[in-house]
Design a binder for this molecule. Structure first.
Ligand code: 0O2
Ligand code: 0O2
Length: 270
């Protein structure tokens, strides 16, 4: 049996993790500039420890000369998102990338594990350019919310400490804690939606104000002076009352007057 030169074996995985971390951190800054917030909160990565590779190879019955294909998470990248709905978006961005190939996906959000574990996993093939030429390595990308990550990090460290001997009631309490994290994610998503709706309604109101004032001003161009003065008086009244429904009616009325005036000036206009 050949002795593995671990230093040389792990080198392309180390390179893959470093490169992928930079790429996803760059994706975060790009998305932050393009959108109102970054769907990626932060990115970490690691190369699996040799002892963990050996443990996993034994557990999964992977022969030592088949580690490259048999263990898919020697290179691991973790992407943390603020909201559960960001996970699907980030996964879609990854599927569309040309610098890696998605081999398969594991949706532990819809099909959460017995332990309570929730995350979205993507196994990808990533080409690394080494001094000896190109090498394609497998990497596991885990995408999860901050709450899912909080739970998984603590559960992982407890499991590591207790190994197989984690007391039954602890397992149950950890499952309950995973449910609580899930409820927290849902609650945050619904609060976010309400904030977005409120923002949208504020933007709609301010655009209505711009439109109605612009339309009143235009009445003067068509010498509809008394109509303009009356519309401005009603605008002031509605503005005081913050009655946006009536403001919309006023806007439609003024636009109607403008339409008639344009038609009177140019009867051929549609
Ligand atoms: P372990 O394995 O727990 O003993 P930086 O270089 O600043 O970007 P930094 O601070 O070196 O990043 O942290 P890194 O390497 O990104 O990861 C921090 C910790 O998160 C590591 O702990 C990993 O255990 C864990 N981690 C990060 N990403 C992954 C992943 O994709 N899969 C898994 N399984 N774990 C991950 P330690 O203490 O470095 O290592
Ligand atoms: P690490 O580096 O210590 O995190 P397996 O399910 O392990 O037999 P598979 O198919 O490779 O084999 O793994 P799976 O289930 O897709 O999950 C791989 C990784 O997901 C694990 O890596 C964990 O990082 C994470 N994971 C899966 N289930 C749980 C869980 O119940 N709790 C926590 N905290 N994390 C989980 P490893 O191999 O544990 O390595």
């Amino acid at each position: 049996m050949n002795v593995i030169d671990w230093g040389a074996f792990l080198l392309p995985y180390e390179q893959a993790v470093e490169e992928l971390k930079v790429k996803f951190k760059t994706m975060r800054s790009e998305l932050k500039k393009l959108e109102e917030y970054a769907p990626i909160e932060f990115v970490t990565g690691r190369v699996k420890k040799i002892s963990s590779i050996l443990d996993k190879a034994k557990r999964l019955n992977v022969p030592m000369d088949q580690l490259e294909t048999g263990i898919e998470d020697i290179a691991g990248i973790r992407i943390m998102c603020q909201f559960a709905e960001d996970i699907r978006r980030v996964a879609e961005y990854i599927r569309n990338r040309k610098d890696l190939q998605v081999i398969y996906e594991k949706d532990y959000i819809t099909n959460y594990k017995d332990s309570g574990y929730r995350s979205f996993h993507m196994i990808v093939e990533y080409p690394v350019q080494t001094a000896l030429g190109q090498k394609r390595v497998l990497a596991e990308i885990q995408i999860r919310t901050l709450a899912m990550n909080f739970w998984a990090t603590i559960e992982h460290s407890l499991n590591y400490k207790f190994r197989e001997s984690l007391p039954g009631d602890m397992r149950e309490r950890l499952k309950k804690a995973a449910e609580a994290a899930f409820i927290l994610d849902n609650e945050m998503s619904s609060i976010r939606q309400e904030i977005l709706d409120a923002q949208k309604s504020f933007e709609d109101d301010s655009s209505l104000i711009t439109q109605v004032l612009g339309a009143i001003h235009k009445l003067y161009f068509y010498h509809l002076v008394s109509e303009a003065i009356e519309a401005q008086r009603r605008f002031n009244e509605l503005w005081e009352l913050k009655d946006m429904h009536a403001m919309k009616e006023l806007s439609d009325e003024v636009k109607g007057l403008l339409k008639q005036a344009r038609k009177a000036e140019d009867p051929d206009e549609l």
